[in-house]
Design a binder for this molecule. Structure first.
Ligand SMILES: Nc1nc2c(ncn2[C@@H]2O[C@@H]3COP(=O)(O)O[C@H]4[C@@H](O)[C@H](n5cnc6c(=O)[nH]c(N)nc65)O[C@@H]4COP(=O)(O)O[C@H]3[C@H]2O)c(=O)[nH]1
Length: 719
């Protein structure tokens, strides 16, 4: 229709032109022209397309009924009465100018989309073909527009474009197949996920992604769901073009045609490989030990809970082995953490080899491991495993160039005889482990009720100790040390006593290990520093110079701000540092020698003295002594008690005294209880002694009395 109108229009123009040129045949042509114009008018008037003509300024010269209808007017006349030109109809007020610019080359414009307003103000999109109108001399006089209401198509097209964009830009991969699963279309995300371009997959089937990961049953269930419900959702592991496996979360829908037959399948695919990997990582971090990759405490406890449920249901026994390495601290401190870590990794694999596949070996932290032995037939089966572990751990384990061995102490509890709750079973295996340690290490123990009583006792002591710290139930006793050949007293060891409100005087042997394990020793130690220094300063201010030895345990040495704390107490008590000696055992220093040596050096630099307590009982060789910044060696009383009869004790004591003298260290013998011991020590020129033979530890009053009884003004010289 549009073409027909345009052809006619062109023809009329041609005739008009011919008319202008020629005077001959004018009448015939005029008739033909009128005819053609009539014909044109009829066609235009009855056209379903809107047609109008305007002058160059956009004023309407003619509007056909269809155009008036498109714009919501009753008829063309009505429209002409209300609207004079395009400016009142089109959204673009500059339309005449725009049209002139578009038609500058006199070529018609086709398919121009022009938004306009209907009579009632509603928007309408017109699709227009526009051409210029010339007069007989070829001069431009206006333009003619054939317009169609394109609003509905426009919105449909917009929708389709929008859907195409969604398809293209969706972050989910989309694959559309026909009913035979031949791929018809895939989007950009699909290509990014699978690494196949659209060209590579279109015409193929999704089998191109097949990884072999799933069995036939999996696909059978998928098709069953698709056929019955029209949809399937799940995880599929497929293979990318580069061969890599990937996990995707897939939703497949079947699309049916008007006859109810499946025409297409649409798969929407989410690559969840990285999500899966991070889930795996999170799971690994939450449930496995980072160093050894063994299950951690959380996972272990969970397995025990499961075992308890299963055990209760099926009347099964299971065992828990609590393992603490005996010698690990030494390995760590002497060879460094890196070797220590590697050793722990080796121990972990070694432990795994000692149990069955279904058993769980976990690391609780540090050098503590724990094993769940599932389905025990007999308690003794747990003992067999424990023995096997000990045998393996005593043998050497190669780490780098070192051949290391560490015994272990193992505690065993058995479900249900030792408890049917997680807490009880773990606590009891732990108590049994302590027992194995206390009774000589490198062995295993089953839990007994007697151990339970001891564990309860430890707990009670810890609770009471906390109260004791709060209420300052402690006292310092002082045990004088005797300088041979010197009558007056110039030094003493400060020894802690606990005045328990119920049990009376409690000695360190009862509570020191609990204080150490619980860490309460740090608070108690602070009190000892303060009281010891205050006492030394007080006697000093009274003109009595007594050097006081204060014990410092390994745990205290590990305290990060030990030196600051000591210096604070020194300032607060106004004590002279040369009046204070710190006593440390060899083993406390050897727990982490480098750090300990640094601390001791700093303390000496501040004017304090250092004594090596219990010397001879630790692991260090005598030559190691050279490296330690100490002023004094205290020979352990276990060697003194053998004097003078026990040959080994004699040899050792002689050697320690001789070596210390050679190294310029002062020596003191602890635990001297009789004259024979004293005589022997005198012959060896051991200058100082301490022990019941001379004096027991004394309260402050008793100590001052003791000094007075020795009828000397207290010395003003140092020891
Ligand atoms: N059989 C016998 N024993 C003798 C004799 N002479 C002294 N003793 C005892 O031997 C222990 C010497 O202290 P230690 O070796 O430093 O051993 C101390 C020390 O390691 C620790 N300790 C005591 N007070 C403190 C303290 O304030 N802080 C820290 N960290 N540890 C302390 O507790 C341990 C035990 O202290 P005490 O029970 O006071 O026991 C004291 C003392 O009473 C003797 O001739 N024969």
């Amino acid at each position: 229709m549009t073409d027909q109108v345009q052809q006619l229009q062109a023809y009329i123009e041609e005739l008009e032109n011919e008319l202008a040129d020629s005077s001959q045949g004018l009448i015939a042509i005029t008739l033909e022209l009128e005819n053609a114009q009539e014909q044109y008018k009829n066609i235009v008037e009855s056209s379903l397309q809107g047609i109008y003509q305007t002058d160059l300024d956009g004023a309407f010269n003619y509007v056909n009924p269809a155009y008036a209808t498109i714009l919501g007017y009753g008829n063309a006349l009505e429209m002409r009465e209300e609207v004079s030109g395009v400016a009142q109809v089109y959204v673009d007020h500059d339309r005449p100018k725009q049209i002139s610019a578009m038609l500058a080359d006199r070529q018609p414009v086709r398919g121009l989309l022009s938004p306009a307003y209907k009579r009632d103000g509603q928007a309408v999109i017109l699709s227009e073909n526009i051409r210029f109108i010339t007069n007989g001399t070829g001069e431009l006089t206006g333009y003619e527009v054939i317009a169609e209401d394109f609003t509905r198509q426009f919105h449909n097209e917009q929708r389709i474009m929008l859907l195409a964009k969604v398809f293209d830009y969706s972050i989910e991969g989309i694959m559309i197949t026909d009913a035979q699963t031949n791929i018809l279309e895939v989007n950009r995300a699909f290509s990014e996920i699978t690494l196949y371009s659209a060209e590579e997959v279109i015409g193929k089937t999704p089998h191109i992604l097949f990884s072999g990961w799933h069995n036939d049953r999996f696909y059978k269930q998928m098709w069953e769901s698709l056929n019955n419900k029209g949809v399937w959702q799940g995880e599929i592991t497929d293979r990318r073009k580069n061969g890599e496996l990937f996990v995707q979360w897939v939703t497949i829908c079947s699309v049916k045609d008007n006859n109810g037959e499946v025409s297409n399948y649409i798969s929407i695919v989410n690559d969840i490989t990285s999500k899966k990997e991070s889930e795996k990582k999170i799971h690994q971090l939450a449930y496995y030990d980072i160093l050894t990759q063994l299950p951690n405490r959380t996972l272990f406890y969970d397995r025990v809970e499961q075992a308890i449920r299963k055990g209760a249901r099926e009347s099964h026994k299971f065992g828990i082995l609590f393992i603490d390495l005996d010698n690990f601290k030494n390995i760590n401190d002497t060879l460094g953490h890196l070797v220590g870590d590697r050793f722990l990794i080796k121990v972990s694999s070694l432990l795994r080899t000692c149990v069955r596949e279904e058993d769980t070996v976990a690391r609780l932290g540090g050098d503590e491991f724990i094993i769940l032995l599932e389905d025990l037939k007999d308690d003794q089966d747990a003992a067999i495993v424990a023995k096997n572990i000990l045998k393996n751990l005593v043998g050497t384990v190669a780490v780098d160039k070192h051949l290391l061995s560490s015994g272990a102490s193992i505690g065993i509890s058995v479900f249900p005889s030792d408890g049917n709750k997680l807490d009880d079973l773990i606590k009891r295996a732990d108590s049994a482990m302590y027992n194995a340690k206390e009774e000589g290490k490198n062995d295993y123990r089953f839990f007994t009720s007697d151990m339970n009583a001891r564990a309860m006792e430890r707990l009670r002591i810890e609770t009471d100790l906390r109260k004791a710290i709060e209420e300052e139930q402690f006292q310092l006793y002082f045990q004088p040390t005797k300088h041979l050949g010197q009558e007056f007293i110039s030094s003493a060891e400060a020894l802690l006593r606990w005045q328990h409100p119920t049990y009376g005087m409690v000695y360190p042997d009862t509570f020191m290990s609990v204080a150490e394990e619980s860490g309460l020793i740090n608070q108690i130690g602070k009190w000892v520093f303060k009281s010891g220094m205050a006492q030394a300063a007080k006697w000093h201010s009274q003109g009595k110079r007594v050097q006081i030895s204060i014990n410092v345990s390994g745990r205290q040495l590990r305290q990060p701000h030990l030196i600051d704390e000591i210096m604070t107490q020194l300032l607060e008590t106004n004590c002279d540092p040369t009046l204070i000696e710190f006593e440390l055992t060899e083993s406390a220093i050897l727990e982490f020698p480098d750090k300990a040596i640094e601390i001791l050096r700093k303390l000496r630099a501040q004017g304090f003295s250092i004594a090596l307590d219990d010397f001879g009982t630790g692991y260090s060789s005598l030559s190691y002594l050279k490296q330690l910044p100490v002023d004094k060696v205290k020979i352990d009383r276990s060697f003194i008690s053998g004097l003078p009869d026990d040959k080994d004790s004699r040899i050792l004591v002689e050697a320690i005294i001789a070596l210390s003298h050679k190294m310029g260290l002062s020596v003191i013998a602890e635990g001297v209880e009789n004259e024979e011991q004293l005589d022997f020590l005198e012959t060896q020129k051991c200058a100082k002694i301490q022990g019941y033979f001379y004096s027991r530890p004394l309260s402050v009053d008793a100590f001052e009395d003791f000094v007075r009884r020795h009828s000397h003004p207290l010395s003003s010289s140092s020891n």
